[in-house]
Design a protein around this ligand. Structure first.
Ligand code: IMP
Ligand code: MG
Length: 173
């Protein structure tokens, strides 16, 4: 598979986002909420670049649609287990595509009345957006290609690839 982003390029951006979060929340604590399963590797690396009092939680969602395409109908599979009231919450996502998932998550978390709510997305396929929503911290804006690796899957495979690769067109979902 063709490499789109190498592990070194990813590490540079993850560390930049970590520094930015560290500066913006200086003297405060943050709750990192990873969106399972794709964001688990990004969260693991990002968390180690944040020099703040940080805790983790995880959420899982499912979106219905044809193939890998989000339909706009997002369903909660696993909720968070910690209290988010008055906390600085940062949603950690692998990739922002149509924006339906993030729109659902932001609405869900706002109901918890956090002190602040931010979004860190490693990848942003901005040309694919169907609803107007953006991340506060973005690693890379990428073209409209299906990518795998560094947590991202194609049919649950390839999450363990250290680089982010483009799935060949004949295999594209
Ligand atoms: P959205 O609701 O369309 O923004 O969907 C975002 C979700 O779609 C991500 O969390 C991924 O699970 C999945 N996704 C979108 N594009 C890709 C891709 O290129 N590779 C792997 N998963 C993707
Ligand atoms: Mg995902």
């Amino acid at each position: 598979m063709q490499i789109l982003l190498t592990r070194d390029q990813i590490a540079v951006e993850v560390s930049r986002i970590g520094r930015q979060i560290t500066q913006e929340f200086d003297g405060q604590s943050v709750v990192l909420i990873g969106v399972l399963k794709g964001a688990c590797i990004f969260l693991s690396d990002l968390a180690r670049q944040i020099s703040l009092n940080a805790t983790f939680d995880f959420i899982a969602v499912r979106s219905y649609g044809s193939g890998q395409e989000s339909s706009g109908e997002v369903q909660l599979v696993k909720d968070v287990t910690t209290s988010l009231r008055d906390r600085n919450v940062i949603i950690v996502e692998d990739i922002l595509d149509t924006g339906y998932t993030l729109t659902f998550l932001k609405k869900l978390f706002m109901a918890h009345q956090p002190r602040s709510l931010k979004v860190a997305a490693l990848l942003d396929k901005s040309s694919r957006r169907a609803v107007p929503i953006n991340a506060d911290y973005v690693g890379f804006i990428i073209p409209d290609k299906f990518v795998v690796g560094y947590g991202l899957d194609f049919d649950e495979r390839y999450r363990n690839l250290p680089d982010i690769c483009i799935v060949p067109a004949i295999q594209q979902p």
